[in-house]
Design a protein around this ligand. Structure first.
Ligand code: BGC
Ligand code: NOJ
Length: 818
């Protein structure tokens, strides 16, 4: 609990109790096709599938004040003329009892002013391409209140990039229709778009507006629109300029009376042949959409849809529930981290307070990793996602760095040739098959580059391997290409031109830059693929992959080891990066994490040594920084990493995505205390108490926390869309709690801190439900000493697969070091 808010775990909500949070604290609406981001004061925007290409409403990033553009409501007291917003923004008049409850897929914002309480529930019903704002207004005065309620959204002309830049066209193309109180935004519907947006209201209207500048008045902003101030709508029809949607509802409320008004903002597509009514006209055919609109203008329908959303989350979260001695572990694993994994799975890195929705589609490596944290909740969607991703792979085994969710085709817009990319597909497929047992996916025919020629998914995975093996450098380590996981380690770029993008500028040819990180990832992936090959009946392949794995492991030990830690890379000229001999950037976090995860150095002490070095050189109270010493000047041979001021982002920030690799590595060497300690340093709930310093939402991971070289050490940035979500979920659940899906059963392999005396969990796995109790004697860190399944003692720590529908009781004990 802080001055900004508190967790309500029973309701699975974060309750914000003052509107002026350090930054907008946002939530997401929608989980299928229609999405929105919504801040604690009603800011944000909506889109259909693709935040760039099908944007419904406008939003102004990097604005002062923050967070302009949203789902706005205004209340005006007819007697006094007083005007306010029940979600505080945009009017920002003070509210009594302001509250915002961010829940799973919904947000409720409310507050009271002048004896009028208003509370709005925002959500996207399952299976629909629309959002609901259900407002309840209560008169707590002793006398009748005469009020005007205005809604307001500003429409985006679909392609958000074009919308924000191409004004010579945009200001002339906006078109709307208003019919039966419904505002239809139909820019470009006359030509190649078959889709339109609509904004409807359940109440009878006193007026409406669709021309933004008529609603606002010249030289006015959203904080004081002329129409809302005067209480009179203009019934304006937009022709060009900036179309908006505003309804005006007059309410006369008796003392104690509550009225409910429902607004529906939605997206609709008509078949080409049925676009117009009458055919040949330019009027939208509303035959199909009208039913949907009418349905959701009905309160009972809205209640039922909201209940379905709540039930869905109940069931998704049922796949894993834990009760541990740490409320931060429980809260994150049971609620917020699981939820954030859904959001990253859906949106990759496209739309947040920090990702503008126009910059990036679905990242290849990002989406494969995001799947790791969500596959247990939605195996079917994970399967479809894997096939979509694999279909963008090129015949060479290389991949596009991203694809657009709308078209599902890959593109090079944010660069190509990141040589780690293809390997992540293997990691994702292995996780999916372990979770589901669905080896049939390996036989699925999947195209390359979305062209007709296809081959089984298994062949795609082989090509991923081959891609790395065909690109080895002089030390037998993988060539880095444009960069690896660390987008900013651009060892071949040598950029001297201001503003040139490091990820798309042509690389200098002829160098030998190699990545120890990719070597670690390859080693991990080769092991996974060998097992898949074996299970799939390809014995020879399995042997080949294991052989490749051994060779790579040996190359890392021979050329990737620096004496006290793993090196990071070799540069264009073959000089080590991340070595004691470097002046800056002597030690990096990524290879310590990835090499140990791959098992390198677990048998000869290198892993332990590397992790001690991490603790000595990289760990801070706010998490583990990416490298040290930070780069203090631009190194042309290293690229973007050295462009960030020390302590930010890849230049020695706490890049949260990488921390759980170290957490996992610590469990692999049996250090339960350190594993939990690292996990908690960046755990959002554990950082709630320092919200003033952390500043981002306390319920989700941020990509970065400023490192110790930064003046604002401990300040987070880039919340929500980050690989930190999936990897922290994996670290906490599969490695600290040790509940790990494997091909032939559920591994129970906790690595707990000394202070814990155990925990309980229930895990849905391949149709059965496992109820786990782990008991640990105080004072030890060790591994499992006994395991009983349904009362029967079994050897080892693998719980065999139970039949579908079964409920299995699992009792595990840890009573001393093993
Ligand atoms: C950011 C990275 C990001 C990359 C690619 C860089 O500017 O610092 O975190 O991965 O751009 O978009
Ligand atoms: C963010 C990118 O989305 C991710 O793919 C990358 O691994 C990290 N930045 C580190 O550069």
């Amino acid at each position: 609990m802080t001055t900004f808010g508190r967790f309500d775990d029973a309701a699975r909500e974060y309750v914000i109790t003052r509107p002026d949070t350090p930054l907008p604290w946002i939530n997401y609406l929608g989980s299928e096709d229609y999405f929105g981001i919504i801040s604690n004061t009603g800011g944000g925007y909506s889109f259909f599938r693709d935040a760039r290409l099908r944007r419904l409403t406008r939003y102004r990033y990097n604005n002062a004040p923050f967070d302009v553009g949203g789902r706005y409501l205004y209340l005006r007291d007819s007697a006094s003329g007083e005007l306010w917003s029940p979600s505080w923004q945009p009017v920002r008049a003070e509210l009594v009892d302001y509250r915002c409850r961010h829940g799973l897929g919904y947000t409720v914002i409310g507050g009271r002013r002048a004896g009028i309480d208003a509370e709005t529930l925002y959500f996207v019903p399952l299976g629909e391409t629309l959002e609901i704002w259900r407002t309840r207004i209560t008169n707590r005065r002793a006398e009748v209140a005469d009020l005007s309620l205005f809604s307001a959204v500003e429409f985006c002309l679909w392609d958000a990039w074009d919308d924000a830049t191409n004004f010579q066209r945009n200001l002339s193309i906006g078109e709307v229709e208003v019919d039966d109180g419904v505002i239809y935004h139909k820019t470009e519907y006359r030509e190649r778009r078959n889709h339109f947006a609509y904004f409807a209201c359940s109440a009878e209207l006193a007026g409406f507006d669709t021309q933004r500048d008529a609603f606002l008045g010249a030289y006015r902003g959203w904080e004081r629109p002329l129409v809302a101030e005067s209480g009179r709508s203009g019934d304006s029809i937009a022709h060009g300029w900036a179309p908006c949607g505003s309804h005006h509802v007059e309410l006369s409320l008796r003392p104690g009376e509550t009225r409910e008004v429902i607004f529906v903002l939605g997206y609709w597509e008509n078949p080409t042949a049925e676009k117009f009514d009458p055919p040949g006209s330019q009027t939208i055919n509303k035959a199909r959409v009208r039913d949907v609109i009418d349905r959701f203008r009905n309160a009972g329908e809205v209640d039922a849809a909201f209940q379905r959303l709540r039930d869905q989350w109940e069931s998704l979260l049922d796949s894993l529930r834990v009760a541990t001695p740490s409320e931060h572990v429980d809260r994150m694993v049971n609620i917020w981290n699981a939820y954030q994994c859904m959001v990253t799975f859906n949106l990759s890195r496209s739309a947040s307070s920090f990702e503008s929705g126009i910059g990036r589609g679905m990242g290849f490596r990002d989406s494969n990793q995001d799947l790791l944290g969500f596959v247990h909740m939605v195996p079917d969607r994970a399967r479809a996602r894997i096939l979509d991703i694999a279909a963008t792979q090129l015949p060479s085994g290389g991949v596009y760095h991203q694809y657009q969710p709308l078209t599902k085709t890959g593109n090079d817009a944010i660069g190509s040739g990141f040589n780690d990319d293809p390997l992540w597909l293997i990691v994702a497929v292995a996780a999916y098959v372990k979770e589901t047992g669905d080896r049939g996916i390996l036989d699925e025919l999947v195209p390359y580059d979305n062209e007709p020629a296809e081959s089984p998914l298994y062949e795609h995975l082989q090509r991923s391997m081959r891609y790395t093996r065909d690109r080895l450098g002089p030390h037998g380590l993988p060539l880095i290409g444009r960069a690896d996981w660390n987008d900013c380690l651009n060892l071949n770029c040598f950029s001297e031109t201001p503003g040139e993008p490091f990820q798309t500028t042509e690389n200098r040819q002829g160098g030998v830059a190699e990545s120890v990180f990719i070597a670690g990832l390859f080693t991990l992936a080769a092991g996974e693929l060998a097992t898949l090959a074996e299970l799939h009946g390809h014995r020879d392949d399995a042997a080949t992959f294991l052989d490749a794995r051994r060779t790579m492991d040996a190359a890392v030990r021979a050329h990737g080891w620096d004496g006290a830690w793993f090196r990071r890379a070799y540069d264009y000229y073959g000089n080590p990066v991340g070595s004691v001999g470097n002046q800056e950037g002597k030690i990096f976090i990524e290879p310590q994490g990835m090499c140990v995860l791959a098992g390198i150095g677990l048998d000869d002490g290198k892993a332990e040594t590397a992790l001690s070095s991490v603790e000595a050189h990289l760990a801070t109270p706010h998490g583990i920084v990416l490298q040290q010493p930070a780069y203090t000047r631009y190194h042309v041979e290293l690229g973007e990493i050295s462009t960030y001021p020390p302590g930010y982002k890849e230049n020695a920030g706490v890049f949260c995505h990488t921390n759980p690799w170290i957490t996992i590595a610590e469990t692999l060497v049996g250090h339960g205390d350190r594993a939990l300690d690292y996990y908690l340093r960046i755990n959002p709930s554990a950082r709630e108490a320092i919200s003033d310093q952390h500043r981002c939402e306390p319920y989700v991971y941020a990509q970065m926390i400023a490192g110790r070289d930064a003046p604002a050490h401990g300040e987070a940035k880039n919340s929500w869309l980050t690989g930190s979500a999936a990897w922290n979920f994996v670290a906490a659940t599969q490695w600290i709690l040790g509940i790990r899906p494997e091909h032939d059963g559920l591994r129970i392999d906790p690595c707990l801190p000394v202070g814990w005396e155990g925990f309980t969990a229930t895990r849905r796995f391949r149709g059965a439900s496992y109820h786990l109790t782990v008991r640990k004697s105080g004072g030890v860190q060790g591994r499992l000493t006994s395991l009983a399944v349904d009362g029967q003692r079994i050897d080892g720590n693998l719980v065999p697969l139970a039949p579908e529908g079964a409920t299995v009781s699992v009792e595990a004990e840890i009573d001393g070091p093993t």
